[in-house]
Design a protein around this ligand. Structure first.
Ligand code: ADP
Ligand code: TRP
Length: 323
């Protein structure tokens, strides 16, 4: 079974991204042959500047490797290192009705949020279909917001196969990560860059500690009993601590007159988080001093992906009459 997913290089990694997207993506490599790529062509649709894009791509590569992508198990590459994907996008475009794309809500949402309605943004799902169909992926793990793009991918594959009377593409299935809990931010809402409530994973100890100290709580004093089940600090603690450690902290919350306040709870949470990411932080430092190695991994991944892409394109070019 081939598993494939793409990651948008969207900025500094926070705890929500890690538990919601990165950790599940890394765990995939134990489940089947995995292709994972950094979707830099897709990023162009929202028009970051060149320097910014280059930095973000490199950061995502370093972060994923630091957090556990094993290049021996995962074919890890940069989308734009496989230019065949743009060729396939063009060919698939001619089997895609504009009505199908007009129905996509991600385009409408992005335009409503102020992004320039360029043609790349409109045909974003065709590029995504091309990513998926190029490598004959069986399973595509994505967030809920991408479900429609998988439906579009199957529609495009069906139209193409029907038009050329040949089963060139197989139908991929999405795997929606419903089981992944939403990670709360410092204000208790979903942690998100758009809500300005994030806690970054990598960065200086002082700056990160400061983020933890910003977590909002009620105003109970240090001698009062507190409710762990309705506390933003405790909700985050659950992601880092064992059941036993959670029970211990919950007991301190519920006790009266022990001189335990929210400041202490924040400090415990911060220390847990700091230790949790310590090995990854160390690996990341190493990688940052060895960017040639990072690039060589991406190149090796691209070579493997390109081998598959060339095979697909040979068939496609022949079937459509370009050869
Ligand atoms: P942001 O909301 O900070 O802009 P992105 O939209 O770039 O984050 O999210 C990248 C990935 O991380 C997506 O797959 C998304 O589902 C996941 N993710 C982001 N925030 C959270 C969260 N608070 N809880 C769970 N998953 C999250
Ligand atoms: N659109 C996806 C997102 O924003 C990223 C992506 C691009 C992708 N191509 C893909 C995901 C192919 C899965 C398969 O998250």
């Amino acid at each position: 079974m081939r598993i494939l997913s793409g990651i948008q290089p969207s900025g500094t990694l926070h705890i929500g991204n890690y538990f919601g997207a990165m950790k599940p993506a890394i765990e995939l490599q134990e489940k089947g042959e995995t292709f994972l790529f950094i979707a830099d062509y897709h990023s162009l649709t929202t028009q970051p500047d060149a320097k910014d894009l280059r930095e973000r791509v490199l950061n995502v590569a370093v972060d994923f490797l630091a957090c556990g992508i094993d290049p021996e198990k995962t074919v890890f590459f940069r989308q734009s290192d496989i230019p065949e994907v743009t060729e396939l996008t063009w060919i698939l475009s001619t089997s895609t009705s504009t009505g199908l794309l007009e129905r996509c809500h991600s385009y409408k949402d992005k335009v409503a949020n102020g992004f320039t309605p360029n043609n790349g943004l409109f045909s974003y799902p065709v590029l995504m279909a091309s990513d998926i169909l190029m490598y004959h992926a069986d399973l595509v793990p994505v967030g809920k917001d991408q479900k429609q793009h998988l439906e579009v991918t199957r529609d495009i594959a069906k139209s193409f196969n029907f038009r050329y009377k040949k089963e060139v593409f197989k139908m991929p299935k999405e795997q929606i990560q419903e089981h992944v809990a939403l990670i709360p931010g410092t204000d208790g809402q979903k942690m998100s860059k758009s809500y300005n409530n994030t806690i970054e994973i990598f960065g200086g100890k002082k700056a990160i500690r400061k983020k933890f100290m910003k977590i909002e709580t009620d105003s109970k004093g240090i001698e009062e009993a507190k409710d762990p089940d309705n506390c933003n600090i405790f909700n985050l603690y659950k992601f880092f601590a064992t059941a036993e450690e959670q029970a211990e902290l919950a007991a301190k919350y519920r006790a009266e007159n022990i001189g335990f306040g929210y400041g202490h709870a924040k400090q415990e949470l911060f220390e847990k988080m700091w230790d949790y990411f310590a090995p990854m932080r160390e690996k990341r430092e190493e990688l940052l001093h060895n960017l040639d190695y990072v690039e060589s991994i991406l190149q090796k991944g691209a070579e493997r992906a390109r081998f598959e892409a060339e095979k697909t394109m040979e068939t496609v070019r022949k079937v459509v009459g370009l050869r």
